[in-house]
Design a protein around this ligand. Structure first.
Ligand code: ATP
Ligand code: MG
Length: 232
């Protein structure tokens, strides 16, 4: 359980000739146990903010802290270690590797850390699959699964390392309504019951009812920050 703080986090991008501010200074405290939905028009800076929060991008200005640990000026090797240990990512496309089974895809998250998956990791992968309604799919090739099932495997892959922070970029946009809702219910539970920081980028209004906190971003600035229980 950990809290993620951004302090006046900002990012500029070069458009070839000049620098453009894509994210204006953003101060946020993201609490464990809360599902935060970050919504806004295309190009408003959602992926940029998520990437800054996940140490995938370096900020131009500002600081990022996980509890008391300052993550701002880490060198690439240390940033990669923190990213692997403390952050899980779920993307729009599940990006599973064909030729590897579902189980091997999940355990790849461990292998990438240079670790050999232990019996405990294997058990955790199986438990996550069962938890996500995918019991028995471990030996299967990803191509045999539906889009919603693949997305759930990618959630298992992100969770197998027990990350304090789960960052999801449009995780439901490639899914039909029913699979999208199943994925959101799972993300909600991961936040609430496992006390992780969960951030979901989405411009899909069907995702909003799952939010404990709804952030709206426009032109690189947070313009609304509402905390509400939408679901009973
Ligand atoms: N690597 C980059 N180099 C230059 N400009 C970039 C880079 N990445 C993003 N941008 C610009 O930053 C702005 C915000 O992009 P970002 O990807 O954060 O938007 P978004 O809200 O995630 O949009 P979408 O809903 O389409 O995914 C855009 O104008 C984009 O062109
Ligand atoms: Mg985006």
């Amino acid at each position: 359980m950990a809290t993620l703080h951004s302090e006046r986090l900002a990012r500029d991008f070069s458009d070839g000739t000049s620098l453009r501010r894509v994210l204006f200074p953003t101060t946020l405290t993201l609490h464990p146990g809360e599902l935060t939905v970050l919504s806004g028009p295309s190009g408003s800076g959602k992926t940029t903010l998520l990437s800054l929060l996940g140490l995938v991008l370096q900020p131009t200005e500002g600081r990022l802290r996980l509890d008391d640990r300052d993550l701002t000026d880490l060198d690439e090797a240390d940033a990669a270690t923190v990213r692997r240990q403390a952050f899980g990512f779920v993307f729009q496309q599940p990006m599973l590797i064909e030729g590897l089974s579902v189980r091997e895809n999940i355990l790849l998250a461990i292998g990438i850390q240079g670790e050999r998956p232990s019996a405990a990791h294997q058990a955790k992968a199986e438990a996550l699959l069962a938890d996500l309604g995918l019991a028995g799919t471990g030996p299967l090739q990803p191509r045999l699964l539906s889009g919603g099932m693949k997305q759930r495997v990618s959630i298992a892959r992100a969770l197998v390392k027990d990350p304090a922070v789960l960052l999801c970029d449009e995780p439901t946009s490639a899914l039909d309504a029913e699979s999208g809702q199943a994925v959101m219910r799972i993300l909600k539970r991961v936040a609430l019951e496992e006390r992780r920081v969960v951030v979901v980028v989405s411009h899909d209004a069907r995702v909003f009812p799952y939010a404990d906190r709804l952030l709206k971003i426009e032109n690189g600035q947070i313009v609304a920050d509402a905390r509400e229980r939408y679901l009973p």
